[in-house]
Design a protein around this ligand. Structure first.
Ligand code: FAD
Length: 509
């Protein structure tokens, strides 16, 4: 063996140039380790999906004629850390060169570099050949600015990769079709059933049991619903393009009790584990748009924007601002995370639904994450540290590079506005306007004060009021301050008293 090539659990990219040729002197190394199962409390489905997908990937490599060293969690010689396991292998193959693909999480990248430095081991680094843009994309695209907007970034990427372009103009003459999208869905709409797989993950479940790895959430390990290989990932992509893409943008921001994923693609796990590449996803969706007149430009643009805009931008922001980003707490929020984030036992129907489906499927769609759980945590003043851990643990797609900027930045404004131009704080009006949860709620959506007043209403105004010094100069907030100022003293006091009562008994809501 002259080369050891490490493949991390989120580097399952079968198209990587590493695999273009076969060489018996190259040993691919994959490992299931406590270092990765225990850095945060994970949803059981997330652990099962990663381990099963990793194992499948290793088998596919072997079938293609590559040599693979796969360490199971319960192997007796598994030392449960990347460094120790690699060191043992380097002991076995003392002349081997270690090669790694750039890790996407700062945690892992930093660990590998410090470990190699301490041990005096040289690592040859390779790109993961997954993203369209490099880690330092912000500096490269906007060398003269430190104020980064997703919209500008997205336009650059579209131009550079010639996606939905007509010469140098956006197809249809506009970059953004958001105004035509984002409708509330009818209560009786006929929504396609999500395509679910039934993967056998019993062996991985047994290893987790044997190793006594702590986890939470539901899982049927005999029928894991997430894609765990490339074939299934592609099937999910096809299913999305056929059945969901025509309504993707239109119902992107809506919420309903009829469906847990609506017209969303649920491709985030396949993408983040790199079983699918973003360019492949976008190109496939565009082919379907060409072939299917039911998919209009606003829908395909809305989807392309998520993948080559938001996803790439979030990653670029992460690498630009780490490691400081993970400590930011602009509003100094310190309240503990209420128990219902873990058990969904709350009278607030929107939170109950968003959290219970997260516990059941390890999934919530963007608006549930942003405008239900995230919004509530923001206006209630929850400490972003435990909140980050919760988002990082519960979702099937959660890796720090994408979870952290979405949580700290977009949803909690804990970065003081590096990512979002204003806090995504909203009262129950938004939740009612975009969905159907309020109809079945214990609380009265329109009531602002009183025993059954929806907590989102007074907490929203409490948030606006308590953060006035930090927010009033933000011109996107000025309308809310003028609404607040037009209320009578008595109205304002009642709202603040109501919010204080709720904050005192946050765990009982
Ligand atoms: P779709 O709605 O079908 O969108 C298609 C794809 O676009 C997604 O698969 C995803 O790859 C990409 N995308 C869309 N929005 C974003 C975004 N804001 N940031 C990055 N990519 C995006 N996404 C993760 O992949 N991992 C996370 O850990 C994660 N944590 C989040 C935490 C919070 C508080 C919020 C508000 C959002 C988070 N997101 C995260 C972004 C987004 O909610 C998920 O990507 C999306 O819900 C995944 O479901 P989907 O595949 O059905 O997405």
């Amino acid at each position: 063996v002259h080369t050891l090539r490490l493949i991390l659990g989120d580097q399952l990219n079968a198209q990587h140039s590493w695999f273009k040729s076969k060489d018996d002197g190259v040993l691919y190394v994959m490992m299931e380790i406590r270092q990765e199962t225990d850095y945060v409390l994970h949803h059981q489905q997330k652990l099962l999906a990663f381990f099963t997908a990793m194992e499948n990937f290793s088998q596919a490599l072997r079938q293609a004629g590559h040599r693979v060293h796969y360490q199971y969690l319960t192997d007796t010689d598994n030392q449960q850390s990347i460094g120790k396991n690699l060191q043992a292998l380097l002991g076995q193959y003392p002349n081997a060169q270690l090669q790694c693909q750039l890790a996407d999480e700062y945690r892992v990248d930093h660990y590998l570099r410090s470990w190699a430095g301490e041990q005096n081991i040289s690592i040859e680094w390779f790109d993961s050949e997954h993203f369209l843009t490099p880690r330092d994309a912000l500096k490269r695209y906007f060398p003269d600015s430190d104020n980064y907007l997703m919209e500008n970034f997205y336009r650059q990427v579209r131009r550079q990769f010639d996606i939905l372009m007509e010469a140098d103009k956006p197809l249809g003459g506009r970059w953004n079709f958001d105004a035509e999208n984002r409708k509330k869905i009818a209560a009786n709409a006929d929504i396609p059933q999500p395509l679910l797989f039934a993967n056998n993950a019993e062996a991985a479940a047994e290893r987790l049991r044997k190793a006594e790895v702590k986890h939470f959430g539901a899982a049927d390990s005999s029928a894991l619903l997430w894609p765990v290989n490339r074939k299934q990932s592609r099937e999910l992509l096809q299913y999305f393009c056929r059945h969901c893409l025509a309504n993707f943008g239109r119902y992107q921001d809506t919420m309903t009790e009829q469906s847990w994923s609506l017209y969303h693609s649920r491709l985030s796990f396949a993408l983040n584990s790199k079983m699918l590449s973003p360019l492949e996803v976008v190109n496939t969706a565009i082919e379907h748009w060409h072939d299917n007149s039911a998919i209009n430009l606003a829908q395909i643009e809305g989807f392309v924007r998520q993948i080559i805009g938001w996803r790439e931008f979030i990653r670029a922001m992460y690498w630009h601002h780490m490691p400081d980003y993970q400590k930011q707490n602009f509003f100094n929020h310190t309240r503990p995370l209420p128990h219902y984030f873990w058990d969904a036992d709350t009278k607030m129907q929107c939170l109950k639904r968003a959290i219970s489906q997260s516990l059941e499927y390890a999934y919530a769609h963007h608006i549930q994450r942003l405008m239900v759980t995230g919004n509530f945590a923001l206006i209630a003043g929850i400490d972003p540290d435990p909140l980050d851990d919760w988002y990082l643990g519960i979702y099937i797609d959660a890796l720090q590079w994408v979870e952290l900027p979405n949580t700290r930045g977009m949803s909690q404004f804990a970065d003081g506005g590096l990512l979002a131009t204003k806090p995504y704080a909203a009262s129950s009006n938004y939740i009612q306007k975009m969905g159907h949860y309020c109809n079945n709620c214990y609380y009265q959506q329109r009531q602002k004060v009183g025993a059954k007043a929806c907590p989102f209403n007074s907490l929203y105004w409490h948030f606006i009021h308590r953060h006035r010094p930090a927010l009033q100069s933000n011109h996107r907030m000025s309308m809310m301050y003028s609404v607040w100022d037009k209320k009578t003293d008595d109205e304002r006091q009642q709202l603040l008293d109501q919010a204080e009562r709720y904050l005192q008994q946050l765990d009982d809501l």
